[in-house]
Structure formats: structure tokens, C-alpha cells
Design a protein around this ligand. Sequence first.
Ligand SMILES: Cc1cc2nc3c(=O)[nH]c(=O)nc-3n(C[C@H](O)[C@H](O)[C@H](O)COP(=O)(O)OP(=O)(O)OC[C@H]3O[C@@H](n4cnc5c(N)ncnc54)[C@H](O)[C@@H]3O)c2cc1C
Length: 407
Amino acid sequence: MDMRADLLIVGAGMVGSALALALQNSGLEVLLLDGSPLSVKPFDAQSPFEPRVSALSAASQRILERLGVWEGVVKRRCSPYSDMQVWDGSGTGQIHFSAASVHAQALGHIVENRVVQDALLERLHDCDLGLLANARLEQMRRSGDDWLLTLADGRTLRAPLVIAADGANSAVRRLTGVATREWDYLHHAIVTSVRSSLAHQMTAWQRFTDQGPLAFLPLERDGQQDWCSIVWSTTPTEAERLMALDDQGFCHELERAFEGRLGTVLSADPRLCVPLRQRHAKRYVAEGLALIGDAAHTIHPLAGQGVNLGFLDAAVLAEVLLQAASRGERLADVKVLSRYERRRMPHNLALMAAMEGFERLFQADPLPLRWLRNTGLKVVDQMPEAKALFVRQALGLSGDLPELAKA
Ligand SMILES: Cc1cc2nc3c(=O)[nH]c(=O)nc-3n(C[C@H](O)[C@H](O)[C@H](O)COP(=O)(O)OP(=O)(O)OC[C@H]3O[C@@H](n4cnc5c(N)ncnc54)[C@H](O)[C@@H]3O)c2cc1C
């Protein structure tokens, strides 16, 4: 027999899990399913850093605090950063942002994705939300007013409303035929953690090289400040070459590409190479369907914003659904769901466009563009008001914020 719910969330990654928690006291029957086992690993504070990390904004922190998850993040491991240094590797332009400029303690926190995920799962296991592990979605189709979902093991699920939170290669998006606009950045990102001879000073460093941005994001373990997570975006050929180097050769190249700003790169953990692709769903909603997080949009990691946008999607969608439920409206109605799309799509698109423009400007070789970006960086660096505006934006403190993210 089919399992039934008022609302099915497909994908218990960071974004789907946050949405489920935001709906926990709604009176709705929510079922959250994921193809993975959804088990929480015991945390060892001495364990190596996970290669995938996120730069969580203040808005994301607030959402996680209100969902009772932030505590679980802090008790594991997270690294606040108070400053950001950005510079042009082929010029003299540079810019410095600081939390102090807006009287904040931190610009954000660098957190391993596994840590956020486990803190969310721990909370989910503690509440009485329906959680379905090892449940890989394979098919879905309309059946009357419901969606009928078939899992890989043959189980079937039924609900009038399905939320796609199943990541960049969303099965829900594919099975329901939601169109996307997508393009390759023709870049790959190498991610890993490295130890350097100089302390990172709680600063996120970003150097724009001719081949793409290179970020050193500060990590902290036992009060030590000599580890950073790196995201090195470069051409596929160069990425292949860098991936083939032995550890010593890789550390040497990395130190050179980073102009030795943190001294010698002493060691590197195993490397991951991820092809970068920007993707944006043309619609986030349809009758009985909404897309959130990477299922709706993937953005260049240069922004460090991917999961921050996803948490805001989850918080706004929860707000829209809770308001509609309190008014007795039908939640699967596309008119209700469109309220979520209207609030989130312009914000996500604006950020994606800004990142793309930024990326193009820094990839550009013609002399006038190089001059423009060098001069631009220097000029803006002398404009405290403009910088404070940028910092507020990066903290996620401006724009149409959901209640869960408000101060
Ligand atoms: C190199 C790199 C660096 C990044 N750095 C940052 C950063 O600094 N800051 C930041 O905010 N973001 C960053 N991001 C982006 C960030 O990692 C993503 O935005 C985020 O993980 C998306 O979360 P999600 O929950 O939407 O999707 P995912 O994390 O992809 O979760 C999807 C879930 O759906 C499940 N699933 C998938 N298919 C199915 C199916 N058929 N059936 C059932 N379950 C399914 C999966 O098991 C998974 O649990 C980075 C990304 C990359 C590639």
C-alpha cells in the first residue's frame, strides 16, 4: 500500500533537512526522504577536515539557531572569520572587508558540510518528523490531485505537494520536466584542506588569478589557525595537471599561485576535483511542486553562497506554507507556491548575475578591463560606506528576509 503525507520533501541534504525542521510544528504530515542511510557519525575533534565546506552567512546562522541546530554545529567544529582580503593576481588592486566595519563579530563561519548535515540530522532524529532513509526516488507521476512517487526498492509514496531538495542533479526536476538554463563555466574546482606556516588570522583570502579565483578559507582546530580549506577554480587542463601532482608538488604550486601570503604550504589532504556548472530552473514552482536549494539553482563557489541561498529558500517556503495553512488555503495550489517563487527568484538571479559579471571581469585580459578592475578595487577599498553595504549584503542582513533569518 502507498504511504501518504501532506507534503513530501525529496532530499535530506542541508536544505531539505532545514525545511523539514522549519515545518516541524505545523500540524502538517511531513515526510522527508533521502537515498542515503541518514546516519549521524560520532564526531572526533581530531579528525581531518572534510574537503567540502560552506561559508555560512549570519542569516544562515540565525536560521540554524532558530531551528535548534547551531548548537550542534558549534559543539562539533566551526571557524568564524572576521575579515576578507581579495586581490587581483595580475595587478595591484586589492580590497579588505571587515566585520568590525559594521560592528559585527564575524563575517561568517567556515563549516564542514558534514558538520552542518550531522547537526541537522541529529535534530531531525530527535523530533517526530517522518524520516525515510535509503529511499531513492526513481519515478514520479500525477495520480488524480496527488503525486505518486516510486522508490528504487519498489515502495510507493503519495502526496499532493512535493518539494524537490535533491540537489544539483535533481531527479524530481528531471522527472517533472522542469526546464533549466545552464552553462559550463569551463572551470573545475579543486578542493582540499592545507596547512601553512603562517596563521590565517581569521581571514578569508581570495586571489583572482588569470585562470580563475583561488580561495583560502580559515579553519580552526584546537585553537590552531594554520589550516585552510582551499577552493581553486581553474581550467580543466590545468586542474588535471594539478590533480596529477604528488602532494609536495601540489603544495609548491599552490604556494606560488597564492603568492606565499600564508608562508609555506606545508601539507595538503586528499584533493577533490569538481566540474563547475551554473544552473537555474526557469520556474521554481508548478501545481503541487516547488524546487529549493541546488535543485533550483547552482552557483559558482566563488560566491560562497550556494547553501546560504538554499537556507533562505527553505525559510521563505516554510513561511509561505505556514501562512497559507493558517488561512486554510490549499498548499499545493500554484498560486500559493508562487509567493515563494516571487520572493526568492529575483534575489537568487541577482546574485548569480553579479557573480557571473565578477567572474568575467576577473577573467578578462584586455588592458582597459585590467585597469578598470585594479582601479575599481583600489577606489572601492577607500570607500567605507560602499564596503559596509557589501558586508551587510554578505552577512545576509539586507533584502526581503524571512522571519527565521531576521535579527
Ligand atoms: C567546490 C564547491 C564549493 C562550495 N562552497 C560553498 C561555500 O563556501 N558556501 C556555500 O554556501 N555553498 C558552497 N557550495 C555549494 C553547496 O555545497 C551547495 O549549495 C549545497 O550543498 C546544496 O545543498 P542542497 O541540500 O540543496 O543539495 P545537496 O547537498 O546536494 O543534497 C541533496 C540531497 O538529496 C539526496 N538525493 C539526491 N537524489 C536523490 C533521489 N533520487 N532520491 C532521494 N534522495 C536523493 C542526496 O542524497 C542529498 O542528501 C560549494 C559547492 C562546490 C561544488
